[in-house]
Design a protein around this ligand. Structure first.
Ligand SMILES: Cc1cc2nc3c(=O)[nH]c(=O)nc-3n(C[C@H](O)[C@H](O)[C@H](O)COP(=O)(O)OP(=O)(O)OC[C@H]3O[C@@H](n4cnc5c(N)ncnc54)[C@H](O)[C@@H]3O)c2cc1C
Length: 348
């Protein structure tokens, strides 16, 4: 194990803010993960598990304990009837896995192309986009249970996947270190074309698109929205969507619709939102006075996506916190809805 000291964390995140880790180590096998946990335990250091750093805001003061970056990247697969079971190391880049699955003509994750971060990060907030979420294909998660001090395999129901949540970011936050994720994909399965943007993209196509065509389409759409990491493009120096789409009660939804009507507006509604009575967080932000391209100090809103808070160049974590509070307060005073945060705040 190569434990380093005072390692800058900002370059290891997509938002690129925050201070250093007191201690930092990378683990490329399960034994190294255990060693790292022992190191932290024997010194009573708080432990933070880092994946690809794409869903994080790190405090300017950094992390006072050990940051453990998971780098287990081996992947293997086996046939199971029409399905293929992929066992994927938590440290593998998520989009690399998607590319390999699509190249093997396996359906189930093609709409999740271009999401940054690691495989191990995907169960944490049940990553989703363009009509798919990983809960649809995860068979089980192999993890180190730090409470019981043993390796466990959690079948899908035990992960309690919901919209942007699982036990890993709610009830059991901090208990498990994800080592491998097992996905069940369909060999030769058709691509998922549920989402309006995707349907539109293929509207003129006569034959059904291949998995690879859908993967490329998703990446193109994401790029237009600043949701694909393109080096040098400030619009994607973000943590993705900063706010979740609020899930509303019937009464809250009625109240929102009534408020909109008094301003001559109609709350957007389409099937993906209606199914769970979700309101569009992007619409709420834009109709509270925060247009795309809005700036507050060195932080801002992407010019391509109303939900992406960006670091325009030299932002510090405090600038990110200031703009997110300004937006939350603006939306709450205009619409009576407190937007929930999607990224994880580290060291605050
Ligand atoms: C441009 C952009 C676009 C995005 N688009 C989407 C999108 O379309 N849909 C979506 O759902 N998300 C999206 N995201 C958010 C982000 O990419 C995902 O949440 C991603 O899965 C996070 O994985 P990560 O490896 O980067 O995790 P990190 O950011 O490193 O960590 C996030 C959380 O997961 C925990 N964690 C990470 N790895 C492990 C592990 N092995 N064991 C235990 N805990 C772990 C961390 O402790 C932390 O709590 C986007 C982000 C960006 C920057």
């Amino acid at each position: 194990m190569n434990i380093k000291e005072n390692v800058a964390l900002a370059p290891l995140t997509t938002l690129r803010v925050g201070g250093p880790a007191r201690y930092f180590v990378e683990a490329s096998c399960e034994d190294e993960v255990r060693e790292a946990v022992d190191f932290a335990r024997t010194r009573s250091l708080p432990l933070f598990v880092l994946g690809g750093g794409s869903n994080l805001v790190v405090a300017d003061s950094g992390w006072p304990g050990l940051v453990l970056r998971i780098a287990i990247s081996r992947m293997c697969n086996e046939e199971a009837g029409n399905a293929v079971l992929f066992s994927v190391g938590a440290g593998l880049d998520w989009d690399d896995f998607v590319a390999r699955a699509v190249a093997q003509n396996c359906a189930g994750v093609e709409c999740l192309s271009g999401i940054p971060g690691s495989v191990g990060g995907t169960p944490v907030q049940n990553v989703g986009a363009y009509g798919q979420e990983v809960a649809d294909t995860i068979e089980s998660v192999r993890a180190l249970d730090m409470k019981e001090d043993r390796i466990v395999v959690l079948p899908r129901p035990a992960c309690e996947f919901r919209y942007r949540s699982s036990i890993f970011n709610t009830a059991e936050r901090g208990r498990y270190i994800i080592l491998r994720v097992n996905y069940r994909l369909q060999r030769g399965g058709g691509p998922s074309l549920r989402y309006a943007d995707l349907k539109e993209h293929f509207a003129q196509t006569k034959t059904p698109p291949t998995l690879d065509a859908v993967r490329q389409a998703v990446r193109e759409i994401r790029c237009r929205k600043g949701m694909l990491i393109v080096h040098g493009d400030a619009d994607c120096r973000s943590a993705g969507s900063f706010f979740k789409n609020p899930v509303l009660s019937d009464e809250q939804f009625r109240e929102l619709t009534a408020r909109a009507r008094t301003r001559g507006l109609e709350v957007p509604s389409y099937p993906a939102l209606e199914a769970r009575r979700k309101a569009s967080a992007a619409w709420l932000v834009e109709h509270s006075g925060f247009a795309k391209g809005f700036r507050l100090g060195a932080a801002g809103i992407s010019t391509k996506h109303a939900l992406a808070i960006i670091n325009t160049g030299n932002a510090r974590a405090n600038d990110i916190v200031r703009i997110k509070e300004t937006i939350q307060q603006g939306v709450e005073s205009t619409w009576g809805i407190l937007l929930e945060l999607e990224p994880v705040f580290v060291g605050f």
